[in-house]
Each structure stands twice: as C-alpha cells, then as structure tokens.
Design a protein around this ligand. Sequence first.
Ligand code: ATP
Length: 296
Amino acid sequence: MNKTLQVRELETEFHTPRGVVRALHGVSFEVQDNEIVGIVGESGSGKSTVVRSITKLLMPPGKVSAGNVNFAGRNLLDLTEREMRQIRGKEIGFIAQNPFSALNPVTRIEKQFANIAKAHGVKVDASERSRALQLLESTGVRDPERVMRGYAHELSGGMAQRVVIAMALYLNPQLVIADEPTTALDLTVQRQVLDTLRRLTVESGRSMLIVTHDLGVVASYCNRVLVMYRGNIVEQGLVEDVFVRPRHPYTISLLNSVVRPEDETQFVPGDAEAPDTAEPEAPNPSTVQLSEARRS
Ligand SMILES: Nc1ncnc2c1ncn2[C@@H]1O[C@H](COP(=O)(O)OP(=O)(O)OP(=O)(O)O)[C@@H](O)[C@H]1O
C-alpha cells in the first residue's frame, strides 16, 4: 500500500513567557492510501498540535522544532507559507471543529467556493459551480441553490459544517485532515456528517486523518488508530487490534473508562484519566465485543 502521508519524529514546542512547553516529543506515523486514521487521547495530549503542525496552521507561540512531514514527495516543513497555501485546499483539505471559524461571514457561500478555485488557479465556470452544488447535495445540504446564494450566519451548525466539508473536498484533495469535525453537532447529525465524509474520502480513493475524543467514532469509521498521551503516540495499529488487545496502560485505561458493561457494543464519550500504574492490566473483555460489532 502506498503512503499518502508519512510523519517522522515530529517535535513541536510552545514558547510561552513562562518557558518552553514541549507539546510533541518525536511523533511518527503514516496514513496509507485509502484509509481513515483516527487520533485519540485525553485533552491536552497533543492531538490538535499534531494536525496543526502537519498543515502548518500552528499559531504562535507554537513552533515545529524537528521532524519530517512527507506528503506527495515533499517535506511540508520545508515549504514556504505561500507554497503551503497551494497545498492546503487543493491537495490537503482541512476541516476544523468550528465551521463558523472557517467560513467568511460577509461573503456569499458561492463566492467562497469561487475564491477557493481562483486561489488555486482553477477556472470558475458553470461546471465548477455545479460541482459545488453536487458536493453540497452529497454532504446532505437540502436546497443547495439557496445555501449557495446565502451567508454563513443563515446556517445551523450542522449545515455550516456540511458546507465546510464540501469546501474541503471541492478541489479533490488526496488527504482530508479533520480536527473534531463533528464535536459541535448533535448525535444524529454527527453520524450523517461522518457517513458523508467516509463516502467522499476513502470510498472515493482518498485518505483521512481525523482527531476525535470519541472512541465510538474510531470504532465505526477508522481503519487505524493513534493513541496519544502527553505529546507521544503511545500505541498505534489497526483499530481491531488496539481496541481488542491494548498494550499500553493508557490505552487500557482509556478503553475501560468508556465501555459500559451493560452496553458492550457501544462506546460513549467520556473523559479518560491517565493511569497511575506503569504495568498494563488485562484488557477489559467487553472491548472484544466492540471488534465483533465493527466487523459485522
Ligand atoms: N497556545 C499555547 N500555548 C502554550 N501551550 C500550548 C498552547 N497550545 C497548546 N499548548 C500545549 O500543547 C499541549 C497539547 O495541546 P493540544 O491542543 O494539541 O491538545 P489536544 O489533545 O488537541 O487537546 P483537546 O482535546 O483539548 O483539543 C497542551 O497540553 C499544552 O501544554
């Protein structure tokens, strides 16, 4: 299988007035063609810092201090902001948690699609417009014509996130990176949006890297999972392997904290606490049920 993205020994620091915070300690992983990789871990473990470092969307005082991010034959960390802008949108689509932060409040949605095309030298004609309409429709936007002519503030959170997804996919990027894309949405809409994302990425030959705090999302949608703890990937592998036979104490604690014995096939969102033991415990047998459910 070919690698869409290869991250090697990524180190990121935040230079704060109170000193240097080392947020990533040599993070390495790959995203293969045609797969969805999930990043999980407790709040502050470094999930967003990973995706923002890769896409060079890290805000000061954050700074990547070492590593390689290989994508389409280049190390993204060597590129200028101008070069990176050409890659973002066209080759890598990025979806942030808050759709309204990605949408321009004073520009009609159709103009925002046209601006994306123009910024990447794509001629905006009727066929491009109809492609935007089709994408909106496939993300579940009802009445795409009306949405195209409207503004972001006229949209609900769910509709706005679908518009952002359609924009992220507009120029057919090989890789989609999503940072908690559905956290702000209610559960039914979450599932619809994730189904759409899956359909429009891996089922169309693309790959996706998705940050989530929700292990249910990983179980249902991801092929592989990266488990982060305090700036390190402590465990990674196929979802069925990691969730059935977790090896690291933190993964075990994370899984135990969200699997309810009375509802063994379903994960529920929950905050995981770091383990205070260094020795792995036996995995919770109920996690095995999850894998069975996923395969069926
Ligand atoms: N602006 C900042 N200034 C200083 N330190 C920061 C800043 N942003 C992040 N960090 C540090 O980087 C670490 C990782 O943060 P990050 O936001 O990547 O975690 P996360 O796993 O995405 O958390 P969450 O699930 O809450 O979004 C934090 O624990 C914090 O120490």
